[in-house]
Design a protein around this ligand. Structure first.
Ligand code: SAM
Length: 243
C-alpha cells in the first residue's frame, strides 16, 4: 500500500473533537455495545455488505479509527484489494490498527492520520469511500463530501452511515430519554466521561436529517443520491456516485 502515516494541520474545533475521542478511544467498543445494545454491529455489517465493492477494489474508510468498517471492507476486497483507513485522531488509529493486528490482519491495510476535509490522496484513486459515524463530527461537512467525491473514480460510490432523524413519532420520547438520560449516565459509569456522551447526543440532534444530508450530497456534486433508514431512522445510509 502507498500511504504512510501523515500529519495534517488541524484547526481548533478539530482538535477539540480529536481530544473527545482520545479520552474515549479505549472504552469506545464497550460503550458502543451498551448504548446500542449491540445493534451498531448489525448496522455496520449491513452498511458494508450492501456497499459497491468487489475483489481487488481500493477502498477508503474515513473516520475509521476503530477499524470496524475496515475489517468488514477487507473481507469484501480480498487480498488483492487495498483498504485505507483515514482518521484525524492518532489514538483511534492505533486502537484500530492494534485490534486488526490481533485479529491477524496486516496486509493490504494502511492507516493514515488525516482530516476528512482535506484528504492527502490523489483524484480518482478509490472505488469506494465510506464514512461511518464520522461525518457528524466534521466541521465542514460540505468540504468533506467534496473531498470524498474528488478521490473517487468515475462510477465509484460514496457511502455515509450516520445517526439521523427518528421517523416514528411514538418512538421519539423513548429515544430522547435514552440519549439525554441513559447515555450520559452510562458514559460517566463506564468511560468515566459524561461530557463526551452529552456531546454525542447533542451532535446527533444537530446533524442534518435524511433529506438535508441528501441535498448536501447533491450540492457536493454526487450523482444518483439516495438514502435508506435503518432502525426507524436512528441511523441512515446515504449513497452517492461519481458520474
Ligand atoms: N467509523 C468508526 C466506527 O464506526 O466505529 C469510528 C467512529 S467515531 C464515532 C468518529 C471518528 O471520527 C473518530 O475516530 C474521530 O477521530 C474521527 N473524526 C472526527 N473528525 C474527523 C475529521 N475531520 N476527519 C477525519 N476523522 C475525523
Amino acid at each position: 500500500t502507498h500511504f504512510g502515516y501523515r500529519d495534517v494541520p488541524v484547526g481548533d474545533k478539530q482538535k477539540l473533537v480529536g481530544e473527545v475521542f482520545s479520552s474515549v478511544a479505549t472504552k469506545y467498543d464497550v460503550m458502543n455495545d451498551l448504548m446500542s445494545l449491540g445493534i451498531h454491529r448489525v448496522w455496520k455489517r449491513y452498511f458494508v455488505a450492501t456497499a459497491q465493492a468487489k475483489r481487488g477494489d481500493r477502498v477508503l474508510d474515513l473516520a475509521g479509527g476503530t477499524g470496524d468498517i475496515a475489517a468488514l471492507l477487507a473481507d469484501r476486497v480480498g487480498d488483492t484489494g487495498e483498504v485505507v483507513v483515514g482518521d484525524i485522531n492518532g489514538d483511534m488509529l492505533r486502537v484500530g490498527r492494534d485490534r486488526m493486528t490481533d485479529r491477524g490482519r496486516v496486509g493490504g491495510l494502511s492507516w493514515v492520520q488525516c482530516n476528512a476535509q482535506e484528504l492527502p490522496f490523489p483524484d480518482g484513486y478509490f472505488d469506494l469511500v465510506t464514512i461511518a459515524f464520522g461525518l457528524r463530527n466534521v466541521t465542514d461537512k460540505d468540504a468533506a463530501l467534496r473531498e470524498m467525491l474528488r478521490v473517487l473514480r468515475p462510477g465509484g460510490q460514496a457511502r455515509v452511515l450516520e445517526f439521523s432523524q427518528v421517523t416514528a413519532g411514538w418512538f421519539r420520547p423513548l429515544y430522547d430519554f435514552h440519549s439525554f438520560n441513559v447515555l450520559p449516565r452510562l458514559g460517566s459509569m463506564i468511560a468515566g466521561d459524561e461530557a463526551s456522551y452529552r456531546y454525542l447526543a447533542e451532535s446527533i440532534r444537530k446533524h442534518p436529517p435524511q433529506r438535508e444530508l441528501q441535498a448536501m450530497m447533491d450540492a457536493a456534486g454526487f450523482a444518483r443520491t439516495s438514502y435508506r433508514n435503518l432502525s426507524a431512522g436512528i441511523v441512515a445510509i446515504h449513497t452517492g456516485y461519481k458520474a
